[in-house]
Design a protein around this ligand. Sequence first.
Ligand code: NAI
Ligand code: MG
Length: 337
Amino acid sequence: MSTQRTHAVTLLAGDGIGPEVTEATVRVLAAAGVAIEWDRVEAGGDVVAKYGTPVPESALQSIRRRGLALKGPITTPVGEGFRSANVTLRQNLDLYACLRPVKSIPGLPTRFEGVDLIIVRENTEDLYSGLEHRVCPGVVESIKVITERACLRIAKFAFRMALQRGRKKITAVHKANIMKLSDGLFLECCRRIARDHRDIEYGEVIVDNCAMQLVRDPTQFDVLLLENLYGDILSDLCAGLVGGLGVVPGANIGDEVAVFEAVHGSAPDIAGKRLANPTALILSAVEMLHHVGESEAGERIERAVHAVLGEPQLRTRDLGGKATTDEFTESVIERLG
Ligand code: NAI
Ligand code: MG
């Protein structure tokens, strides 16, 4: 059984399918006997009118105080409107490392078998700087910001994580043939940290070739180390290799705080229909349990999720099944053992 410790965790339900998948995850954690005291806070598009921002200071404070949060997806308006709540959170809490384990799920057949890679994405800068302006009518600039400080710390994070998790090889993904200064600096920092870790193999690949290599043979990669935008794009690609966005978990990690969330977004096309696959957020919570030393409960939940995914008729619609979010959740709870 799990330890008797109660964990204080901030819960951001998000919007779209967020409330459905967070509710499912909270139920699974409770059924697994993990003692969590949730602080439910408001964030997202719905609160902009009330607070003038999608991420009110009260939400940030709750997360800072607890050091831990579980988060559902939050919609970001396209082309106009408020700044992404997700980017705001990551930058305000300095959640500089985004970690996404992409693993084939036993019993869930997909195009590839034996995929087991980890994406490490820099989470605070790059083209996500939000620095955009109109130079003159018909001409705009978006500024890609790359700093030595952020590159060094994400590279250090990747090598440290690789050592902790027994990974053998790190591949830095870049476009330094074109962006010689920005991606050049990123590579220079990765190489510097690689020199301090001779026990881990280090390689580099240009991002477009990386995309091709991933869809041809993803098993050739171990840890992928990327800047923010390439990390975002290749995360979704990698999710597609192992069953889609419904199954890939993630974590945003800083020195003081960690926020666990799936790779996927708010899925407006299926929101409110009880069709969402909660696997990705449940597995994000499993990552959270490992993070707080509740690995036994985490492994038990993961085994239950895999057992359900192994039965075609119990899967949700994104995986070809017919189960609703609630039915899937019930099946997981029944198999917790
Ligand atoms: P999305 O990830 O929400 O959806 C892409 C496709 O995958 C849709 O067809 C959706 O139905 C499906 N899908 C995603 N998660 C699923 C799940 N758990 N179960 C079953 N099917 C699932 O990406 P999209 O449509 O590009 O973005 C929608 C909104 O989400 C946008 O406003 C975007 O900014 C936001 N977003 C938020 C993120 C976050 O909060 N961390 C991350 C990514 C996007
Ligand atoms: Mg994304």
